[in-house]
Design a protein around this ligand. Structure first.
Ligand SMILES: *Cc1c(COP(=O)(O)O)cnc(C)c1O
Length: 234
């Protein structure tokens, strides 16, 4: 076990390296670094790591599973500054109610039924829940996400739900494909969506291994886990 100070030093070092990568990618793309939000994906790591990252200036943290996510959100609630929890994993319908109770954003919406459940459960005092529609770029929707052709219908459905705010699109680059080409396709899906929903500007793309290609293709959010926290146990 590392000491808390050693872990803080390690996370500070890793965060600096990720910020440098982001900054270089933004410069190469002719974009401002403030255009891209770094979401630290803390799954499998303890809440204490998210607290350390908060101390290092991270506000946006992401998780992919319940009850791990709500457990950490509860543990760190009331801290300063407040963390914004992004849910990025596949959502089982029966977990939607819990997620609506603490999340700032859901990146992985791919079903109208889940949208309905999130909207019903969203406490009014938290304000609308930002939702991004997850797009499957290789047609394998078993790993989450909708086919590009089905995005418009779900977007229209979300628009009818008061407590949700349609924020944009999200994708995970298919393993077998070139991420640059995959994220270019996600960007095209985003352009189509924005024609009918101009406010849905978010593009959540890019992880530890491909954040440069995501930034090049217009990502507004990168979801970085292992580069910040270390390799996860399989
Ligand atoms: C785990 C996860 C990430 C982070 O992946 P890394 O390769 O560790 O950066 C990003 N997005 C989703 C949806 C994830 O499940």
């Amino acid at each position: 076990m590392s000491t808390p100070q050693a872990r803080t030093d390690e996370l500070a070092h890793r965060l600096r390296a990720v910020r440098e990568r982001l900054s270089r990618a933004c410069t190469a793309a002719g974009r401002g670094v403030e255009e891209v939000t770094l979401v630290a994906i803390t799954k499998t790591y303890p809440a204490s790591d998210a607290a350390i990252l908060r101390g290092l200036g991270i506000v946006d943290v992401g998780e992919s599973r319940e009850p791990e996510a709500s457990g950490k959100a509860l543990e760190l609630a009331g801290g300063d500054p407040p963390l914004r929890w992004h849910f990025v994993g596949q959502i089982q319908s029966r977990k939607a109610k819990t997620i609506a109770g603490y999340a700032y954003a859901v990146h992985s919406l791919d079903r109208a039924e889940v949208a309905d459940r999130l909207a019903v459960a969203r406490p009014a005092e938290l304000g609308p829940l930002a939702v991004l529609i997850q797009v499957s770029l290789d047609g394998d929707t078993t790993r989450g996400g909708l086919l590009p052709a089905d995005v418009a219908a779900l977007a229209g459905h979300v628009e009818g739900l008061d407590r949700l705010r349609l924020a944009g699109v999200m994708a995970v680059a298919p393993r077998a494909a070139d991420p640059d080409e995959s994220f270019a396709r996600l960007h095209a899906v985003s352009e189509d969506l924005r024609r009918d929903h101009p406010e849905a500007v978010a593009i959540s793309a890019g992880m530890s291994g491909d954040l440069e290609q995501a930034v090049k293709n217009g990502a507004t959010h990168v979801r970085v886990g292992s580069a910040l926290l270390g390799a996860r146990q399989p």
